[in-house]
Design a protein around this ligand. Sequence first.
Ligand code: 4AD
Ligand code: MG
Length: 465
Amino acid sequence: MQRTVIIDALKSTALNQPINVRGWVRSRRGNKQISFIALNDGSTIKNIQIVADMSRFTEEQLKPVTTGACISATGLLVPSQGAGQAVEIQLQELEIYGTADPEQYPLQKKGLSMEYLRTIAHLRPRTNTFGAVFRIRHNMAMAIHTYFHEHGYFYFHTPLITASDCEGAGQMFQVTTKNLYNLKKTEDGSIDYSDDFFGKQTALTVSGQLEGELGAMALGKIYTFGPTFRAENSNTPRHLAEFWMIEPEIAFIQKDELMDLEEDFIKFCVRWALNNCMDDLEFLNQYVDKGLIERLHSVVNTDFVRLTYTEGINILREAMKNGKKFEFPCNWGDDLASEHERFLVEEHFGKPVIMTDYPKEIKAFYMKINEDDKTVQGTDVLFPQIGEIIGGSVREESLSKLENEIRRRNIPDKDMWWYKDTRRFGSAPHAGFGLGFERLMLFVTGMQNIRDVIPFPRTPKTAEF
Ligand code: 4AD
Ligand code: MG
């Protein structure tokens, strides 16, 4: 018989007719007369109840139906006697696909810690929490493609292997096929990459932006959505070594339009979650973060605050005067720490903040320099619970100013010739941003650690699975 997915079975009105469902047993309880199996197939957070009349089955037949086992169950779909579900299945035929030894299957107990579940990331998608998180993750990816497609952007694929360091932070993972124990050296003692696979030093990309700009200078509006790699040795709940980034790049827009886009795009994604993932959000709201749904509504319904870095520093220093203590200093010119960002967003304004016009020394080489020659047109979005969720900027379109920055920062010119060509041939004002997909996921799910919103996290000293 053809399989019905549980999300459809639970909504079905074909009562007293045969139905087949397949999935993993969440629990089995009962007595000598009757047995209740809670079955889940991942299509929804909800289980379907399967009722086995023990006058039709032997104990022996039902013995392998333990938590974690995979079964196929056929029977009549009937109105449920019990509370909690409209329908249930009266079991007629049972097939066991795979057993799960109760002595060994790790997901027996409720309330296992997130830390422990990370050590069994190969099985954790079968828990309610991770099932919900990964269904939401899929839906957020669909929201992102929908938003850009409907607004006339083209999905532009940028390379994962590259020779240029977009952010200039030197956090790249090298890509090589060279024998690391026997490296060929040049006369001055440095490594000779001429015989390496690409004939030059290459690494995994930290951002698709530079190539994204090339796309925008031809197609007008593009976005990327792909994996990004950073060898940041920061073991925080908000950093991954491999994360996914969304990077739109748009010709002919200025700072205000960029900020409008950042705000509209995030609100669209959050609204999408509220419209498409309510069952999973309600579960997370109940068991993970009681303020989640309210916070999602509040972000959708509020105007983000827009303020300059300089105004932000003044607010922080004023707060310090009034007794607020921070771990890190915040003088004009310092990069804001997460505690500063969260103070502004959570305590001072109580809403998301778009911060602009940062000191140029703390930002990347490609940002448009303001007339003061001290600040650049960055437009980061700071979020409650998360801190920085978006990093964006207007790009420097003047070739001479860009060359100046490249020189001043000692960026190897040989890796930049093609990028500079965009400013040499038909340069145009343009802007874009990068949204960290897992940071958005943290916000939308209420999960506390970024390792718990990606199926197989990569962080310092962990690359299991
Ligand atoms: O602020 P970042 O470094 O900006 C860029 O890479 C620009 N090239 C983007 C652009 O303008 N096209 O990174 C952008 C976002 C951050 O705001 C953050 O959300 C996320 O990427 N991010 C990380 N997420 C998880 N783990 C990490 N190690 C991250 N580093 C950055
Ligand atoms: Mg940033």
